[in-house]
Ligand binder design. Sequence first.
Ligand SMILES: *[C@@H]1O[C@H](CO)[C@@H](O)[C@H](O)[C@H]1NC(C)=O
Ligand SMILES: *[C@@H]1O[C@H](CO)[C@@H](O)[C@H](O)[C@H]1NC(C)=O
Ligand SMILES: *[C@@H]1O[C@H](CO)[C@@H](O)[C@H](O)[C@H]1NC(C)=O
Ligand SMILES: *[C@@H]1O[C@H](CO)[C@@H](O)[C@H](O)[C@H]1NC(C)=O
Length: 425
Amino acid sequence: MATYTMLAITCTFMIIGLIGVSKLQNSSNSEIDVKDFGAIGDGITDDTLAVNDAWNEACSSTGRLTFPTGNFVVQPSIFLGPCKANTVVVNVIGNVIAPSMKDWPKNVVTWIRFNNVANLIMTGTGHFKGQGMTGWWDLCKQAKTCENNPTALAFNACKGLKLLGITSDDSPRNHISINDCNGAVISNININAPANSPNTDGIDISNTNGVQINGGHIGTGDDCIAINGGSFNINITNLNCGPGHGISVGSLGRNSGRDDVVSNIRVVGCTFTSTQNGVRIKTVPGGSGSASQILFSNIRMTNVQHPILLTQFYCVEDRSRCMDIRPVVQINGVSFFNIKGTSSLPNAIEIKCSANSGSCKGITLQNINIQPINPSLKVQSFCQNADPSIVAPVFPPVVCTPTSLIEMPLNYSYDNRSQGLATTF
Ligand SMILES: *[C@@H]1O[C@H](CO)[C@@H](O)[C@H](O)[C@H]1NC(C)=O
Ligand SMILES: *[C@@H]1O[C@H](CO)[C@@H](O)[C@H](O)[C@H]1NC(C)=O
Ligand SMILES: *[C@@H]1O[C@H](CO)[C@@H](O)[C@H](O)[C@H]1NC(C)=O
Ligand SMILES: *[C@@H]1O[C@H](CO)[C@@H](O)[C@H](O)[C@H]1NC(C)=O
């Protein structure tokens, strides 16, 4: 009798205990759904307030925010950390849509911005739709203000960022910006914008250490990926790029002599299809800093205008008067290895270094075969002021004018015929 009572009491306690545990687990795993905060998701209603309220709740509690099926129109918003949870998961099942240009507030430079959120994981098959076609692209071309259009997704001061399989379409300007971050994994990303949309870079990285971009496809009107100053330890593998302007280190040293340093960049196993450039390093005369330890390997090019391009004569403001002046952003240790495919313009390989001594060091070209896309075209290389190691086979063959020993500002106008001015960089 006493035994049975004890057993019954024990069982009751166990059941209460179980309920307690499951309730706890439920609340610690629970999704904060934007619809529970009043979002409608009909593609017309402005869901900004609901989404911001849901973020504030998720950030201060479970760290799990969900956009369910639907089309959520969201005005420019800043999602601020730090959050309470160690990991913050944003699950994008439905689409998140920017207002059309006429409905934007003035002078706002990003659409969706995450600031200071650690271990943010963004995932889901929904699309971020930046709506660049609602006037941004057309109007800025005439006014020459495309650089002032807003970025779609900006991640600032982040740590341990993960973007897994997300999609961004038609940003007004660059799609994703990663700035001032430490550690990011971007896998199977999808970024889409028309080939003629201005300044619509896929991913821009700056002031960031440790990025792994693996798989996915980026096709836009500008760089698939641009790696800017203050970026170290960046790996890009198995990405398909095109259309667009290729994967670029730089431009470095822009805006009258900025000091930009990047190093340890690996671009491996990527494809470039119908892009303007393939793999590229570009620095601006008069800038300082360096680009070092850069590897481009196992790359497939198809119908690319400038498959391999390294230039210390990237002049944004006035291309016709691109001078060889000091200082020069030093380039040191660049390998082009196993690069195959087709070029659609004559200069398949271009290496344009400053005549100032020591500007370009440690360049290696090995196992390269770029053939013309069209048999009536002849491909060639252009190389000046560098002394690359050529490890055969390299086609088209590279013969370089040697580096000089000059240590003074030259102020000569760079020969713009060889800059390929017919195309816009
Ligand atoms: C527990 O999960 C259920 C189903 O997902 C949900 O409806 C409920 O609101 C959750 N409870 C808490 C306390 O989060
Ligand atoms: C980049 O790749 C190299 C070589 O595989 C590896 O040692 C390094 O840890 C990688 N870096 C990142 C940030 O993933
Ligand atoms: C370089 O560009 C300038 C301005 O567009 C032009 O006047 C000049 O003839 C060009 N030089 C060469 C060599 O093409
Ligand atoms: C060379 O050009 C730079 C930048 O335009 C200028 O500051 C400098 O005075 C010029 N030097 C000479 C000798 O003309």
